[in-house]
Design a protein around this ligand. Structure first.
Ligand code: HEC
Ligand code: HEC
Ligand code: HEC
Ligand code: HEC
Ligand code: HEC
Length: 367
């Protein structure tokens, strides 16, 4: 057994020189690797993300271009790595702490290649764990604990409260020092859900092939690129009638503004079904309009926000259409990755997938 393990380790050591870093993880964490491979964190590079590439090319200041890579492809040392793992498994799992800065935060890495942070409430007290083998019944039954390839540190709070995401996701400024991410995310100890529980929920399947576990944290990243309708459950929609018409109230349970990414648009559509006929009301668009010298501009050249129609904790939208008895309201909350207007400006209008309206949540009410 020991010999076998030694050979295994040697093989893994050798391949680590040849293959990409994350490929090594694939051997023992195939499910997680597969999800990661389709995730936005594996596709955040110029090669894989057309929107990012278009903006990168518009960005005129060379100095600022290098800054893009700090978040979009921090672990890519070679051309191949840029394509395959711009934000690698090891990168995320070795973030020790987040340094806060005005322009953008900074990830502080441990620099260790075989020692990873993770979260597991039942093991938090144990701190750092190493591979252990035990034998009982005079060596007839052998068992092992933890990973033969790496150590694990379970006591880094950043992996429990979601702060590990905030090195890249808190804020990013354009050349004018103006923040264009502005998710306005706020981590509070009292929050029931975190960045991790909402965007990396526990899904079926084992964490590793070496030991059975029922579930693992979803590494495909539930979001808008890999659309997860489950995200809709963190947004409540209700309707109140009033003398003028009615109000649609949207309650946001996330700890950040919805549709906060500078190029996104959220869309609320309301349809009334009355006597078998459809009445479609004017859609409401959730977005921020960026500006410079009082005129509309692209976010990367902006110095101000002209109009802010995002959803923060809650938002109410009034409609001046009187509801009648037996009216049915169909309400859909959807989004576009980029608006048609932006698509034109970025010469991405041929790619219909980017401007397609996708649905996050649908509700119906009868009066
Ligand atoms: C030789 C097999 C093997 C390889 C290779 C391997 N791991 Fe693991 N890993 C394990 C085992 C076994 C566990 C322990 C799981 C448990 O205790 O339930 C583990 C646990 C983990 C955990 C913590 C899981 C938890 O319980 O929260 C992380 C994070 C992790 N591995 C990351 C990686 C990364 C990143 C790589 C690639 C650089 C990698 N592993 C390569 C076998 C491996
Ligand atoms: C501080 C980290 C950081 C820096 C620096 C940064 N970004 Fe980003 N960028 C992000 C994050 C995080 C997201 C995802 C946020 C979201 O979707 O709300 C993102 C998303 C984007 C998107 C949307 C991509 C899509 O598929 O919809 C574009 C475009 C983009 N960034 C362009 C750039 C460019 C160009 C630069 C350099 C001038 C840059 N970013 C610098 C963190 C950063
Ligand atoms: C964007 C950052 C990020 C990347 C990239 C990433 N992970 Fe993770 N990973 C996390 C976080 C955060 C957790 C803790 C989730 C939790 O609460 O259990 C985690 C958990 C894990 C676990 C434990 C799973 C569980 O259910 O507890 C393993 C194993 C793991 N990661 C391996 C990998 C491997 C292998 C890769 C690359 C294929 C990878 N990770 C890429 C952030 C990341
Ligand atoms: C090294 C920087 C970095 C870290 C750390 C990081 N992200 Fe990201 N994340 C990005 C970038 C860059 C993008 C946008 C990529 C693009 O669109 O090209 C992104 C995109 C996303 C998106 C948008 C997905 C979508 O479908 O629109 C979500 C959600 C997300 N990240 C969640 C997380 C969570 C949760 C964590 C912490 C466990 C995390 N990220 C850690 C850089 C990072
Ligand atoms: C209670 C659940 C919840 C929590 C907690 C949460 N999110 Fe989200 N997140 C959502 C929902 C719902 C959306 C989809 C609507 C949207 O795009 O804003 C979303 C969207 C996103 C997006 C994509 C935005 C875009 O327009 O592309 C990013 C990036 C993101 N979240 C990052 C984070 C980070 C980082 C944290 C932790 C600070 C976090 N989220 C915490 C529910 C959550």
């Amino acid at each position: 057994m020991k010999k076998l393990l030694l050979t295994l380790l040697i093989i893994l050591n050798l391949t680590s020189l040849l293959a990409s870093e994350s490929k090594i993880c694939q051997r023992c964490h195939p499910l997680i690797y597969k999800e990661y491979y389709n995730s936005i964190h594996r596709k955040s590079s110029l090669k894989s993300d057309k929107i990012y590439k278009a903006l990168f090319e518009k960005e005129k200041q060379a100095a600022n271009k290098n800054e893009c890579k700090v978040c979009h492809s921090p672990s890519a040392k070679t051309q191949k790595a840029t394509e395959e793992e711009p934000i690698s498994c090891i990168y995320c799992h070795t973030i020790t702490n987040i340094q806060e800065h005005d322009k953008q935060n900074k990830n502080v890495l441990s620099g260790k290649k075989r020692d990873f942070y993770s979260a597991e409430a039942t093991k938090k007290e144990q701190g750092e764990v190493k591979y252990e083998t035990t034998s009982s019944l005079f060596g007839l039954i052998k068992s092992s604990k933890n990973s033969p390839y790496h150590q694990i540190e379970y006591n880094n709070e950043n992996y429990y409260n979601g702060n590990v995401c905030m090195g890249c996701h808190s804020h990013a400024s354009n050349v004018h020092g103006f923040d264009v991410i502005m998710l306005d995310a706020y981590i509070d100890k009292k929050d029931k859900e975190t960045c991790i529980s909402c965007h990396m929920p526990k899904v079926m399947g084992s964490k590793t092939t070496l030991r059975d576990s029922k579930t693992h944290a979803y590494h495909g990243i539930a979001g808008l690129h890999n659309l997860s309708k489950d995200l809709g459950k963190y947004i409540d929609i209700n309707v109140t009638k009033n003398i003028k018409g009615f109000t649609v109230n949207i309650v946001n349970h996330a700890n950040h503004a919805l549709f906060g990414q500078a190029y996104r648009e959220g869309i609320l559509k309301v349809k009334i079904i009355r006597d078998g006929k459809y009445i479609a009301l004017k859609p409401y668009i959730f977005k921020r309009t960026f500006g410079r010298d009082g005129k509309r501009s692209m976010p990367f050249e902006a110095t101000e926000v002209l109009k802010d129609r995002l959803i923060y904790a809650k938002k109410s939208i009034d409609y001046d259409v009187r509801l009648q008895k037996n009216d049915r309201l169909i309400i859909t909350l959807g989004f576009q990755l980029i608006s048609k207007e932006t698509a034109k400006e970025l010469q991405l209008d041929k790619n219909k997938e980017l401007t397609k309206i996708k649905i996050l949540k649908k509700e119906s009410f009868t009066f």
